[in-house]
Ligand binder design. Structure first.
Ligand code: 13P
Ligand code: SF4
Length: 302
């Protein structure tokens, strides 16, 4: 273990802290985390922790959700500037417009969103539970924010609902194109193609499997195949290779690196623990209102 990792271990004990990390953060940060997972798993885990401090190695909406679910705990972000651009790609004004225009509408908010957007929504979802939750809603009309691509994928699986889309997107997943996937397939014809639903629908057509980061890791781990083309942020390679040292993983072509997730370094994890910096604060009103759709997600996803 590096000295930095040892220092973090000591600080965790001293501060009664626990480290949660998303699969997209740097390998050395995933290696020292107590819990590593996809967005749904991390939200679930955040509810039952005994430690008084949570260090969230991820982007802002993740730390914010952990704080909303645990107002009495200290939640620290190693880099406060690590923010998901898609989390801001919807507007409260448009939500109000859609509510006025459609009867029987549910505003379904991807967890990759600001607390401000969550507080105006009816239910949150992640890529691993969106289909189940949307199917279970009593409403006919679904306004899906902020991610258009995940929205269109879920709409294709739930044809009985009427979807209204928003134009948000993840720049990392949008950069994967039919062309890059086709080329990866030509270069590795025996590989299975595993794609995250934040990719565009035309790219998803090439998938052998579509799912969240955990879904992709679980699928590759259980598969008899030996080669895989991965179409999501390449931080997942750390866990994929750890679980499957005998299998080979290829990138779907574009630069699948999230610059915000990569802002979280081991040094910054140590610093925030040592100095108590990067504390997440959410106003009482925002917290109370955004807790409703988050809790509803945890309930409906069970
Ligand atoms: P999941 O880990 O839930 O698949 O989310 C992917 C993502 O883009 C997180 O920022
Ligand atoms: Fe946001 Fe995409 Fe980065 Fe996830 S990978 S944090 S959705 S920009």
């Amino acid at each position: 273990m590096s000295t930095l990792a040892e220092e973090i271990k000591e600080l965790k004990k001293e501060k009664n802290a626990v480290i949660l990390a998303h699969y997209y953060v740097n390998d050395d940060v995933q290696a020292i985390a107590d819990y590593v997972g996809d967005s749904y798993y991390l939200a679930k885990v955040a509810v039952d922790l005994k430690e008084s401090t949570i260090v969230f190695a991820g982007v802002k909406f993740m730390g914010e959700s952990a704080k909303i679910l645990n107002p009495e705990k200290t939640v620290l972000m190693p880099d406060e500037k690590a923010d998901c651009p898609m989390a801001h790609m919807a507007e409260v004004e448009k939500i109000n417009q859609v509510r006025a225009e459609y009867d029987d509408v549910a505003v379904v908010c991807y967890i990759n969103s600001t607390a401000e957007l969550k507080m105006h929504s009816d239910v949150c979802v992640t890529s691993s539970n969106a289909m189940k939750i949307v199917k279970s809603l009593p409403n006919k009309n679904i306004y899906f924010i902020p991610d258009e691509n995940l929205g269109r994928y879920i709409a294709s699986k739930v044809p009985e609902k009427n979807f209204i889309f928003n134009d948000g997107y993840c720049h990392v997943h949008k950069a994967v194109t039919v062309d890059t996937v086709k080329r990866a397939k030509e270069a590795h014809p025996d590989a299975e193609v595993l794609i995250h639903p934040e990719c565009t629908l035309d790219v998803l057509e090439y998938a052998d499997y579509i799912g969240s980061t955990s879904g992709i890791i679980d699928y590759a781990t259980a598969s008899d195949k030996k080669e895989f083309i991965i179409s999501t942020e390449l931080g997942v390679l750390y866990q994929l290779k750890k679980n499957n040292p005998e299998k080979t993983f290829y990138s779907a072509g574009s630069v699948q690196i999230c610059p915000n997730m990569k802002k979280v370094t081991l040094e910054k994890v140590r610093d925030c623990l040592r100095d108590g910096t990067g504390g997440v604060e959410v106003s009482d009103e925002k917290r109370e209102k955004s807790l409703v759709p988050l809790k509803r997600m945890l309930e409906l996803a069970k």
